[in-house]
Write a protein that binds this ligand. Structure first.
Ligand code: ATP
Ligand code: MG
Length: 399
């Protein structure tokens, strides 16, 4: 009998599932080359073989723009380069979700990393012991404090002040602070800002950037052929609404899990819609009850087309209009002209149920066509809810 784990592994769509998990730090950070260069420039003074100096850097930006990843990647490169140059440098990372005070950070550093028994000592005593040990061993450390908005600014300042325990001109403790933007504006009002030599502002990713990032991550995560360009584009579109790379990567991971559960080797648009819904479960449940009967017919026609097996990415106005007419007949409702149909479609788009875009013709011929997609909700769920709303209306004889 085959081992169940072996079967699972060989049947998987994942080349490397771990590479799509939040813990994974990718080798490369496409589209963040400038930020990497800035970090390297700022930190390179720590590689002076003769004089230990410290520098403080802040990385600021919204969710999922690569702040943590940038810091982890650069400090890991710094660590290995310093070792190769015989410079005694160590990098440490703390996340303030777990360590919420200066004391807990110090204790963590002192106990775990330097074998100093921290318990029973004050912060000042611990800092002194740490400083002595660093001097004796001629060591430099770089401490990354992630989610620093959870800490009081005084606590961060307190850690930075540790450098005053060394002779003038010497610094052995460098700090990289990472925060979201709003939290940083609060911190700016304190003395902290004067202590930070370099501030790296990271912006939301653009669609183009996300395309590069997500196709790189898809190559690492999936076997060739699992995620078509078309489906990738769809994930990029979703992530572009937030500018957050994690949004797209999480959707890819979930899509892979769905494919494995369904024992198929290809990710379909329908999986993307389902995964998206799991990542961002923000569908207002009563949105369909507010629709008019004709709008429900439009939504029903699109959802029906897109939920067909084989999973279409999008449909066209012409196709949807044909199916709409058919449903109108079936429910005994007066069907409207194509122009009115378009108005209903606009309403549905405004409510965030469908997305209607104008794109060039797929065969490269001249002209453009309108295509309709359903990003937000799996087509089958839309279909189900629309049918429920129709039933309610029919029962209550509403239009
Ligand atoms: N340029 C990039 N190239 C490849 N992967 C990236 C890139 N930027 C971000 N990622 C990936 O996107 C996810 C989110 O990145 P990260 O955790 O670094 O964001 P963050 O800015 O720290 O967000 P938060 O404020 O929520 O902590 C991670 O899985 C990371 O590996
Ligand atoms: Mg982070």
């Amino acid at each position: 009998m085959t081992n169940l784990f072996e079967k699972y592994t060989t049947d998987s769509v994942f080349r490397d599932r771990f590479s799509l998990t939040p813990e994974y730090v990718p080798e490369e950070l496409p589209t963040r080359e400038d930020e990497q260069t800035r970090m390297v420039e700022a930190l390179s003074i720590l590689l002076d073989p003769f004089r230990p100096v410290a520098v403080n850097i802040a990385i600021i930006g919204p969710a999922g723009v690569g702040k943590t990843t940038l810091a982890k990647k650069i400090t890991s490169d710094l660590q290995s380069y310093a070792t190769s140059q015989n410079i005694n440098l160590e990098t440490h990372y703390v996340n303030c979700h777990s360590f919420r005070t200066k004391t807990s950070i110090l204790r963590r550093l002192a106990t775990d990393k330097f074998n100093i028994q921290g318990r029973g000592f004050s912060d000042e005593e611990m800092m002194e012991m740490l400083a002595k040990k660093l001097s004796r061993e001629n060591k430099r450390i770089v401490l990354t404090i992630d989610e620093a908005g959870m800490l009081k600014p005084e606590d961060i300042l307190g850690l930075m002040h540790m450098n005053e325990l060394f002779p003038p001109g010497v610094g052995r403790i460098s700090i990289i602070i990472i925060t979201r933007r709003q939290q940083w504006s609060l911190m700016l009002n304190t003395h902290l800002s004067g202590r930070v030599q370099d501030q790296i502002n990271m912006k939301k990713y653009t669609r183009e950037q996300l395309k590069k990032i997500l196709s790189y991550r898809a190559q690492l995560g999936f076997y060739a052929g699992v995620l078509s360009d078309e489906v990738l584009e769809m994930i990029v579109d979703i992530a572009a609404t937030t500018g957050n790379a994690r949004h797209g990567i999480e959707i890819m991971l979930r899509c892979g899990m769905i494919a494995n559960a369904k024992k198929t080797s290809v990710i379909t648009p329908e999986f993307v819609r389902a995964a998206k819904n799991e990542v961002y479960p923000e569908l207002r449940p009563d949105v369909f009850n507010d629709l008019k009967m004709n709008e429900l017919m439009v939504a029903l026609s699109i959802a029906t087309i897109l939920s067909k097996s084989g999973g279409l990415v999008h449909t066209t106005i012409n196709e949807a209009y044909q199916v709409y007419k058919m449903f109108c007949e079936q429910y005994d409702i007066k069907g409207q002209s194509k122009a009115t149909f378009r108005l209903y479609l606009d309403n549905l788009a405004q409510l965030g149920i469908v997305i209607s875009q104008v794109k060039p013709m797929p065969d490269g011929s001249r002209g453009r066509r309108s295509i309709i997609t359903l990003h937000d909700i799996p087509a089958l769920i839309v279909k189900e809810r629309v049918e429920e709303a129709i039933k309610k209306k029919v029962q209550n004889k509403l239009d």
